[in-house]
Design a protein around this ligand. Sequence first.
Ligand code: ZN
Length: 160
Amino acid sequence: MNIEKNKVVNIDYTLTNDNGEVLDSSSGREPLAYLHGNGGLIPGLEKELEGKVKGEKLVAIIAPDQAYGVRTEELVQEIPLENFHDANEVKMGAQFQVENGDHTHIATIIAIGDKSATVDMNHPLADETLHFDVEVMDVREPTKEELEHGHVHDAGGHHH
Ligand code: ZN
């Protein structure tokens, strides 16, 4: 069975940056399961996996615009301190999720002033060229429910 839209795919992967540093890996964990063609993986990696079959290995080098994007200063913003729900959130380097239009960003506090904090909502991996070492562990049909939800459920039917 080839990987195509709406197949459930399990991959083992190791992600490294241009310097060869390991950023993430499924090593020692369950393979990553996702529903192909539904935005579960970065676009560049889904493209590379398209058409592959169980047992195939590949090395994919993904440019930032097909991965976590290019840094933009528009995503660096000042937020008044009173907008934070919890004073514990306001620490240098603290990370939290923010909704911005239809996107969820990971925001990192990069400066704290008297009245506001500066947050950087660029993805931590923005501007990085990503090197994926991937092995396709399984390709299967989705269940009806997985298809309706647009994501993979684990063996017990639970949400990830
Ligand atoms: Zn679901």
